[in-house]
Design a protein around this ligand. Structure first.
Ligand code: GAP
Length: 511
């Protein structure tokens, strides 16, 4: 396999959405009913890809580390948890409606020029919110600067977001939908948690929530793990699971959806002031290295350090790992130093001590925490973006033909290899191929394909990212007891004895 490097030619989001549907990776949820905004289903190949990503993360973060243990907490938890964590009061997005078009926007993603440019106030919606290409948003900002230059204004036009608008400005900002002012409502807060009811009575006491993050399941189990897990500071609790957010404007395919999965770690550390900066940096590097280990090119990932004045009061630092998605560079993984805020809050609300007795220091304290929080679905989208490649290779007649391939790292590819008998009507070939297929299937997910010319079969596998194509031909049964293994990326072929195929693959898949 070739090493993945950043590509200058990213696929469009539409290209990925179409490929995902065509080849059974991802479907719109409730497709036969016209879809359901913000919800997606992972098909036969998508569910394999997603599972492989989660398994790779779990292996690297839990199995291969002595000080991290796993957890699988419930999705619906005691509602007081969300009061303690601040989600009931504060997990809001500001929302604005256009009364004319009935379109809805996140007010903090709607930007406007408080001074008029050429007699008009300019407004546009951010890249993330509009789903437009970054270039379009940049063009809009450049246009504002050009107009400002023409105006000869010495004051730079500072764009404000709509949450900062003064009441007298609401009517002046044009709606991004109609281009005309006067139809936007004032911003209002909208809580992103999905509500539900628990038990047969539909009264206020039955009100509960679908978790908007997996993290609180970890915090509320802190004592359980400490009391049963023989853990010592520093240690981490990892969890993979569904999270739900009633996003105002779900966008960009699976990038921002209403039901998604998270892979989160709460890493509990000594509260002294020297520890967190070191652990924080170590986690940023660990997360970046893990992305590379699943085939994401290092140069498609950058760090966005949140400015001190934008951090919540309890936070000491947050860095987002950003990825170059088809629609612009956006957050993939957040690494946050949350101090002891969450445990302290749960101690206060539950009345149970969240203190940890540190044997080495002979003292009790509430540990601080570094939290690397990654979305599974965003990782799937990042992996698809990085893997999508178009090239040209000779077809069966030797003529160059366009090919689409997904250069997945073998570790996460849905199928690790495909086995083909050269001809499907030659029982002696089919028998050997079938035996090899069954042998390999015991260890990995392997594809079997007997239909069509061998070149066509290779291409079908290229398009779904199968790294190796194994062909059983006449030489296998008549001469050398060996098979041809073709590399998806380079199309080069090697001859490997049947008895060595499994070890050959293991080195490349699991090694
Ligand atoms: N416990 C911290 C937390 O949940 P977050 O930044 O809100 O932090 C963490 O979310 C990660 O979860 C994000 O970096 C992203 O990968 C993923 N994520 C958040 N909201 C999402 C959504 N609506 N759709 C898909 N993934 C999302």
């Amino acid at each position: 396999m070739s090493e993945n490097t950043a590509k200058s030619d990213l696929p469009s989001l539409e290209t990925l959405v179409t490929l995902c549907k065509r080849r059974g990776f991802i479907f719109a949820s409730s497709d036969i009913y016209g879809g359901y905004a913000g919800f997606f289903d992972f098909g036969p190949l998508g569910s394999e890809l997603k599972k492989n990503i989660k398994d790779a993360w779990w292996k690297a973060m839990v199995h291969e580390r002595d000080e991290i243990v796993g957890l699988d907490s419930s999705i619906i938890m005691h509602p007081e948890i969300w009061a303690a964590s601040g989600h009931i009061d504060g997990f809001n997005d500001p929302m604005v409606d256009c009364k004319e078009s009935k379109k809805r926007y996140r007010a903090d993603q709607l930007f406007f020029s408080p001074v008029s440019v050429d007699g008009n106030v300019i407004a546009y919606v951010s890249v993330e919110e509009s789903g437009t290409m970054q270039a379009e948003a940049e063009e809009k900002a450049a246009e504002i600067k050009r107009k400002q230059a023409v105006q000869g204004s010495l004051d730079p036009i500072i764009l404000k977001d709509y949450t900062e608008a003064k009441p007298e400005e609401y009517d002046q900002v044009p709606s991004p939908a109609t281009g005309k002012p006067g139809s936007l409502t004032p911003p209002r807060q909208f809580n992103l948690m999905f509500e539900t009811r628990v038990g047969p009575l539909a009264d206020a006491a039955a009100k509960s929530y679908l978790r908007p993050e997996t993290a609180q399941g970890i915090f509320q189990n802190f004592k359980n793990v400490v009391d049963t897990g023989r853990v010592k500071i520093p240690f981490g609790i990892a969890q993979i699971g569904k999270a739900f957010r009633n996003e105002i404007t779900p966008r960009n395919f699976i990038f921002r959806s209403r039901e998604f999965e998270q892979m989160e770690i709460e890493y509990f550390i000594d509260p002294d002031e020297e520890t967190w900066p070191r652990v924080y940096r170590e986690w940023i590097d660990t997360c970046k290295n893990w992305l590379v280990s699943i085939g994401i090119p290092a140069d498609m990932v950058s760090e966005d350090v949140h400015p001190q004045d934008k951090l919540s009061h309890y936070s000491k630092g947050t860095t987002d790992l950003m990825f170059t998605f088809p629609f612009g560079t956006q957050e993939l993984w957040g690494i946050a130093c949350r101090g002891n805020f969450d445990l302290t809050q749960h101690q206060k609300h539950s009345g149970k001590s969240m203190e940890f007795f540190d044997e080495s220091r002979k003292e009790k304290y509430i540990p601080h925490v570094v939290e690397p929080s990654l979305g599974v679905d965003r990782t799937v989208l990042a992996v698809l973006t990085a893997a999508y490649t178009e090239d040209e290779i000779p077809n069966d007649k030797g003529k160059p033909e366009k090919r689409i391939l997904l250069k997945f790292h073998p570790r996460i590819a849905p199928f690790k290899a495909a086995v083909f008998p050269l001809l499907k009507n030659k029982p002696e070939l089919v028998e050997v191929a079938r035996t090899l297929y069954k042998q390999l299937q015991k260890r990995w997910n392997i594809a079997w394909d007997v239909s069509g010319a061998i070149g066509r079969r290779y291409r079908r596998q290229d398009e779904i990212g199968t790294p190796f194509g194994i062909t059983v031909d006449f030489d296998t049964v008549e001469k050398d007891n060996a098979v041809t293994i073709r590399d998806r990326d380079t199309t080069t072929q090697v001859r490997i004895p049947l008895t060595e195929v499994e070890a050959w693959l293991a080195e490349r898949i699991d090694g």
